[in-house]
Ligand binder design. Structure first.
Ligand SMILES: Cc1cc2nc3c(=O)[nH]c(=O)nc-3n(C[C@H](O)[C@H](O)[C@H](O)COP(=O)(O)OP(=O)(O)OC[C@H]3O[C@@H](n4cnc5c(N)ncnc54)[C@H](O)[C@@H]3O)c2cc1C
Ligand SMILES: *[C@@H]1O[C@H](CO)[C@@H](O)[C@H](O)[C@H]1NC(C)=O
Ligand SMILES: *[C@@H]1O[C@H](CO)[C@@H](O)[C@H](O)[C@H]1NC(C)=O
Ligand SMILES: *[C@@H]1O[C@H](CO)[C@@H](O)[C@H](O)[C@H]1NC(C)=O
Ligand SMILES: *[C@@H]1O[C@H](CO)[C@@H](O)[C@H](O)[C@H]1NC(C)=O
Length: 488
């Protein structure tokens, strides 16, 4: 690397040693969106770079966290959006340590049933009434045997398929020294051996590993419906991720997952603009001009979009083009009250499983109903997921008592369709970045953090390495020369 140094004209070195352009001495990075994606970009920029960059963050809401949000019903607070984390979600695990947040087990469902609209196809038995560890263990064993009798070795094949996918994903935690910075989602997935999973449906992948149709139509369908509101015709990678989200060791942040975003923003020396929606992003040659609903303009050398663009109408100049993508809407309905056992063909509410999953049938008005908390024998808080809003008349049918109801319509995650076509991480070939391009692979808090870490490294390698010309990045000197020529 010492020979090329001689080729660099002396005047360039002189120019660089003189006062560098103000643009590069104290650049501003603007991040749109304060979910786990945006806050992770800020965090990793600070972690990987000592440069005194200004970081501005914009959030249209009055709170940070985005799809990590809580809902308060009858005075008690629950996760309204993203709720569970996997034991191998290492970035978010690190966040909880860094921010000294407490972890908790998610509100566990003691019993589980698969409802087809007329009857339960499957119902595990509950250990709750005994409260004796030995009995609980036995009950759990009986349930395992029961599931095994119904689904056989397909259960093990499913586990192998999930473990294999998780194993490949762990590549993204390799030390930065040996891990490339990825310019595109395709390249990023290819490198970990995950790309093929996005090119075919989950059903096709499961047929490949010889999983029985019964397991697919029942348990696996129930899981993809709960986690992504979609069927086994969704793409394979997101499907595998949703199956991983149904295993053991799951956790959540005590007091709300949104605190991870709040803590990362607080610890990353960020200028936070709440209640400020960005309406337009215009590239003016050396920087982007961001205009907000407050009538303010901001000049940013680097701009990061950390929210799905599919349902937004931010005006881009020059225009950008990304593949069309539909968001899957999930209606989350929270009810304080008591279910109506008659609706489920039962004589007592205690016989209804804590988690009611459903199979794929267009006549079913909901995807799942789960108990978030049992307050007393006849007083519960429930969460219902559905693809369409739950009408009052329908809720009156399903519930015997309904003291309070809150409905949230989430533009929840992409509608996964194989083969997936990915938007670029760099939207304009310059310094406009898009974290949520990765959501077509899978949408979770951790995958957002993984995509954000890569985008932070991409920013540092594409923008900041130019500012400090050292022997290690002489390769990029040609583009520096171009910039200098433009300036002169
Ligand atoms: C019901 C539901 C259940 C889920 N369950 C899980 C789960 O159990 N586990 C899991 O890991 N994941 C789950 N997810 C997925 C998870 O929530 C997302 O993958 C993740 O939170 C996405 O984070 P993000 O930062 O990319 O986007 P977001 O959290 O959506 O953040 C984007 C932010 O940008 C803001 N914004 C948008 N436009 C503008 C603008 N023009 N100007 C300023 N601000 C703007 C938005 O208000 C928002 O705050 C679930 C999602 C939903 C909806
Ligand atoms: C988590 O933090 C530890 C200690 O700071 C670090 O060694 C490790 O690499 C981090 N893990 C990830 C996945 O970033
Ligand atoms: C992905 O599919 C291609 C083409 O079928 C194949 O050559 C390649 O080996 C596959 N990669 C992985 C990691 O399975
Ligand atoms: C913000 O960070 C500071 C230290 O940097 C810490 O003392 C404070 O408790 C944090 N506040 C929140 C709300 O996390
Ligand atoms: C943004 O605001 C500036 C200053 O008010 C204005 O000159 C510019 O035309 C605006 N850009 C767009 C795209 O509206």
């Amino acid at each position: 690397m010492s020979t090329p140094r001689a080729i660099i004209p002396l005047w360039i070195l002189l120019l660089l040693s003189l006062s560098p352009p103000t643009l590069q001495s104290n650049p501003t990075v603007c991040i749109i969106g304060t979910g786990i994606g945006g806050s992770s970009v800020a965090h990793f920029l600070r972690q990987y770079s000592p440069d005194p960059t200004r970081i501005l963050m914009f959030e249209r809401n009055g709170v940070v966290g985005g799809r990590m949000a809580t809902v308060t019903i009858s005075g008690e607070t629950f996760e309204a959006g993203a709720s569970i984390l996997h034991p191998k979600n290492y970035h978010v695990l690190n966040y909880t340590k860094l921010l000294t947040l407490k972890r908790r087990e998610p509100s566990s469902s003691d019993s589980f049933g698969i409802w087809n609209g007329k009857k339960f196809l499957l119902k595990t038995i509950s250990a709750r009434s005994w409260k004796v560890p030995i009995v609980e263990k036995m009950v759990s064993l009986v349930n395992s045997v029961y599931l095994f009798v119904r689904y056989g070795f397909s259960l093990l094949k499913m586990q192998t398929f999930v473990d294999d996918t998780v194993e490949r994903f762990l590549n993204y935690y390799q030390a930065v020294e040996g891990r490339p910075v990825f310019e595109s989602v395709d390249e990023m997935l290819e490198w970990a051996g995950l790309f093929n999973l996005t090119t075919r449906t989950l059903e096709d992948q499961l047929i490949d590993v010889k999983i029985s149709p019964l397991l697919m139509q029942e348990l696996i369908t129930v899981i993809t419906r709960i986690n992504y509101g979609q069927s086994i015709y969704m793409s394979g990678l997101a499907g595998a991720v949703s199956l991983a989200g149904s295993g053991g060791g799951l956790w959540a942040v005590e007091g709300g997952n949104w605190q991870m975003a709040a803590g990362l923003i607080n610890s990353s020396d960020v200028e936070l603009h709440l209640h400020e929606e960005i309406e337009s992003i215009s590239y003016l040659g050396e920087y982007y001009e961001l205009n907000s609903t407050k009538g303010s303009s901001y000049a940013c050398e680097v701009t990061v979009v950390a929210t799905p663009l599919d349902e937004l109408d931010i005006h881009f100049s020059p225009p950008i083009s990304i593949p069309k993508r539909k968001l899957q809407h999930t209606h989350a309905t929270f009810v304080r009250g008591v279910l109506n056992p008659v609706y489920f063909g039962m004589d007592d509410v205690s016989k209804i499983p804590d988690l009611v999953g459903t199979i794929e049938d267009p006549d079913l008005p909901f995807t799942s109903i789960s108990v978030l908390k049992q307050h007393s024998e006849k007083d519960f808080t429930y969460k219902i997921f559905s693809r369409k809003p739950m009408a009052d008349a329908l809720l009156d049918n399903i519930f015997r008592v309904r003291k309070e109801t809150i409905q949230i319509n989430w533009g929840a995650y992409p509608h996964y369709k194989a083969p997936e076509v990915f938007a670029p991480f760099v939207l304009d070939g310059q310094h406009l970045y898009y974290v949520n391009a990765f959501e077509n692979a899978a949408s979770t808090m951790e995958t957002s953090a993984v995509a954000a870490e890569n985008v932070a490294r991409l920013i540092l390698s594409r923008f900041f390495s130019k500012a400090s010309l050292s022997s290690s990045n002489l390769k990029s000197s040609t583009s520096d020369e171009e910039h200098l020529h433009q300036d002169l």
